[in-house]
Design a protein around this ligand. Structure first.
Ligand SMILES: [Zn+2]
Ligand SMILES: [Zn+2]
Length: 201
């Protein structure tokens, strides 16, 4: 499966610094010289936009501004804003599909709705998940609907909030997701421990 590697192709000396818990380049980077790490073998066509973005954020350790630059449907360079990952119209499906190497048709199925509509009020703004699915690195947009009580695969009750400290996890592409992808933003519990292992699965 496709797996591209992050490359820096400028002639500048590379002296990474540890910033916000991740090794990052110490001076501004021209985004045009970057390729991004994509691990399609760690994804499935049925997974939600939230977990696609969270995995991508984990692999690439980008700032929120970089993630918004890549995915937002609107120019957010002057005013970074959180993207509601329940609704596909907040992102550019074409650009996101190109970066994640997934078709726009597959991507859109990972959102609750394509555009804002009244029924969206019944989709939770905090992550709802099946603990067993999450442990294996899977989350479905179906789980966000408040009227869906159980995981159809495991028949277990869907939960909201960190299993350790109960803090709700926002269902947005925001600074918390950029800083702590696939983690509780309060206690740092890792939701998919295997994906934090550098060796992968
Ligand atoms: Zn499940
Ligand atoms: Zn927690």
């Amino acid at each position: 499966m496709a797996c591209s590697t992050t490359l820096l192709t400028t002639g500048a000396p590379f002296q990474p610094q540890r910033i916000r818990g991740a090794w990052q380049h110490p001076f501004p980077i021209d985004r045009r010289v970057w390729a991004h790490t994509v691990r399609n073998d760690w994804s499935s066509d049925e997974e939600s936009a939230w977990i696609r973005v969270a995995k991508f954020s984990l692999y690439n350790q980008l700032f929120l501004s970089d993630l918004l630059h890549l995915f937002a449907s609107r120019d957010t360079s002057s005013k970074p804003e959180a993207l509601d990952l329940r609704c596909a119209s907040t992102v550019s499906l074409t650009r996101m599909g190109r970066v994640l190497q997934v078709s726009p048709e597959t991507l859109v199925a990972g959102f609750c709705v394509e555009a804002p509509m009244p029924v969206l009020s019944r989709a939770n703004q905090h992550l709802r998940f099946c603990a067993k699915c999450m442990e294996s690195g899977f989350h479905s947009a179906l789980f966000q609907w408040d009227f869906v009580g159980q995981c159809p695969i495991h028949k277990t009750q869907l939960i909201v909030g960190c299993p350790a400290c109960q803090t709700p996890i926002p269902y947005f592409l925001d600074s918390k997701l950029a800083a702590k992808p696939l983690q509780c933003t309060a206690c740092s519990l890792r939701l998919v421990p295997n994906l934090h292992n550098p060796a992968g699965w």
